[in-house]
Design a protein around this ligand. Structure first.
Ligand code: GTR
Length: 328
């Protein structure tokens, strides 16, 4: 090698070195979202992505992909755990099969109302769930609302558990919901959210269960005339970062991301209440018959075997259930 070729090689390798580290190619973060644009969670995720991109001076460039175009929720959870996706808003329902402690949050009638859920999730207990998620590769930075889920179906209003008899009801991917619907006398079918509309329309299923904004924006209300306010599930949702993406950040950028996530949850919760009321109005105007359930205690009592079986299978989680119930 001549002197110049040695110098050239040295120069080239230093250029490569500089490009590889110093100029620090932006981390391109892909974010998963199940909902369409305009949904409270979607607006909050957009705000999060924008704030992260701006405040990290482009060291992280975050983009949100709406409408589950990056996959159904259970797949997206896996992809975020293994770092193929960088951030997401996940419901704790389909998280149960992966992070068993989160099944506690899927126990019917666990929370009294949204406020109770906030108190629990924003406190020490919420941190316990975040720790359990982190062990499985997900860094939960804040908690979103998901309202209360109620049953809707094509056949009749649900007023008592007896009205559930024989109904084929779609549930999210978690055996606990199969037990829940079975205990009410219905037949549960776990199914991806994106398949529910067609299945309702073609009669593959008779009903499903969700909050007002999802019932509305999924267009299920177009093919389902009865929405019955059972409010059997209040399930929190996380804004989660892939652990690998989180660990690749500097301390300073982690702080930026954490703060952006907390602000995103504040926005989401603010938007939630209005959106829920607006969706309720919209579906009623479209002709859906919404009925109150005067006596929820019959539904609650029917859940006793679901709780008993759950505690039998997970005795270590009993104290967590009691701690949540005891939080005021
Ligand atoms: C929505 C929730 C989604 C998804 C969906 C479903 O309320 O925000 O993450 O879980 O329900 O029923 O699959």
């Amino acid at each position: 090698m001549t002197l110049t070729s040695v110098m050239r090689a040295a120069l080239l390798s230093s250029v490569v070195f500089t490009v590889g580290t110093g100029a620090a190619a932006a981390a391109e973060w892909r974010g998963w979202n199940i909902h369409p644009e305009g949904y409270p969670n979607s607006d909050a995720l957009e705000q999060f992505a924008q704030e992260v991109t701006e405040k990290t001076d482009g060291r992280v460039e975050a983009t949100v992909y709406h409408n589950a175009v990056l996959g159904a929720q259970p797949d997206a959870i896996e992809q975020t755990r293994n770092g193929a996706l960088d951030f997401a808003n996940f419901n704790m329902g389909p998280m149960g099969p992966i992070v068993p402690a989160t099944n506690v949050l899927s126990l019917p009638f666990l929370f009294d109302d949204l406020e109770h859920m906030h108190t629990v999730m924003d406190g020490e207990i919420g941190q316990l769930f975040a720790d359990a998620l982190e062990e499985k590769g997900l860094v939960a930075l804040s908690w979103f609302d998901s309202g209360a889920r109620s049953f809707y179906n094509t056949e009749r209003p649900i007023r008592t558990p007896a009205d559930m008899k024989g109904l084929k009801v779609r549930v999210m991917n978690n055996d606990l919901y199969v037990d829940m619907v079975d205990a009410l006398g219905g037949n549960a079918t776990p199914m991806a959210y994106g398949e529910v509309y067609q299945s309702l329309k073609t009669g593959v299923i008779d009903g499903a269960e969700n909050n007002y904004p999802s019932f509305d924006t999924s267009n299920h209300y177009e093919v389902v005339p009865y929405y019955s306010v059972t409010q059997h599930l209040i399930i929190p949702e996380c804004l989660c970062i892939a652990k690998a993406s989180w660990q690749a950040l500097s301390e300073q950028d982690r702080e930026i991301v954490r703060e952006a996530a907390i602000r995103a949850a504040e926005t989401q919760r603010e938007l939630w209440a209005d959106s829920s009321a607006a969706s309720r109005e919209r579906v009623e105007e479209a002709g859906v018959e919404v009925n109150k359930v005067k006596d929820k205690s019959a539904f609650q009592e029917a859940m006793t075997p679901v709780y008993d079986d759950f505690i039998d299978a997970h005795p270590e989680l009993e104290s967590l259930v009691s701690a949540i119930r005891g939080t005021k």
